[in-house]
Design a protein around this ligand. Structure first.
Ligand code: ADP
Ligand code: TYD
Length: 208
């Protein structure tokens, strides 16, 4: 894949290895000569990083599911306007650790059945999908083990436990079935370099 200006997201449950693989993919594309920005959600712009602290820290019931949906969407709008779209317009490739699929699944399936509102808000305020999404699939027990071993204060979601993570995993897999040309499912329960080799093979097969 040599063409510049592609928008690629990484999705999956907590601890599945998204950040690791997003970073390795950015390095791979840079080695091929691409101008790449590596970014993340929630966050990725100054304003969205402030919202990140509001949504990821504190008690689990700090926000209602509806308010949380608005906060994630506000963060995404800022990230899109100020970072993603300008980068693509300048011909750069964008790799984002999570994007709108996370809201579809975490807010739309995981915590409350808000999927219709998630979709309506997405159409109204975001209206953009990545060109390609890697879904790193993983047993929830293994993902949670990895995520909790990192420590830190950003644990509101991880603290909801394995039952929730299982529903999220299934939600992501269902989404991949609904969007087969955009979402590629990758088995994340392997050594880091094996997972990376799979992703690289997909990227290298794409038309320029
Ligand atoms: P995510 O962004 O999906 O939460 P990370 O990439 O931050 O996941 O990985 C979570 C933890 O698991 C990190 O400590 C990371 O080094 C480790 N890790 C990532 N991928 C693998 C893998 N394939 N095998 C073993 N450990 C991994
Ligand atoms: P992230 O930092 O990617 O966590 P992890 O590395 O553990 O996967 O994301 C933080 C949390 O935010 C994660 O539990 C998923 C949640 N989240 C949502 O609930 N909705 C969203 O739209 C996004 C982008 C993230």
């Amino acid at each position: 894949m040599t063409a510049q200006g592609r928008f690629i997201s990484f999705e999956g449950i907590d601890g599945s290895g998204k950040s690791t693989q997003a970073r390795l993919t950015a390095e791979h594309l840079r080695q091929l000569g691409q101008d790449v920005i590596l970014t993340r959600e929630p966050g990725g712009s100054d304003g969205a990083e402030e919202i990140r602290r509001l949504v990821l820290e504190g008690a689990g019931d700090r926000w209602s599911p509806e308010t949380e949906l608005l906060l994630f969407t506000a963060a995404r709008r800022d990230h899109l306007e100020r970072v993603i779209l300008p980068a693509i317009a300048a011909g750069r490739s964008v790799i984002s650790d999570r994007f709108a699929d996370s809201t579809r699944i975490y807010q739309g399936v995981g915590r409350a059945d808000l999927r219709e509102k998630v979709d309506a808000l997405h159409d109204l305020m975001i209206g953009r999908e990545p060109d390609l999404t890697f879904l790193i699939d993983m047993e929830p027990e293994r993902g949670l083990e990895r995520a909790l071993s990192r420590g830190g204060a950003e644990d509101r979601f991880e603290n909801f436990g394995v039952a929730l993570q299982s529903r999220l995993r299934q939600g992501f897999l269902d989404l991949a079935v609904q969007h087969p040309s955009r979402i590629v499912v990758i088995d994340g329960d392997r050594a880091i370099d094996r997972v990376q080799a799979d992703i690289t093979a997909h990227l290298d097969r794409l038309p320029a």
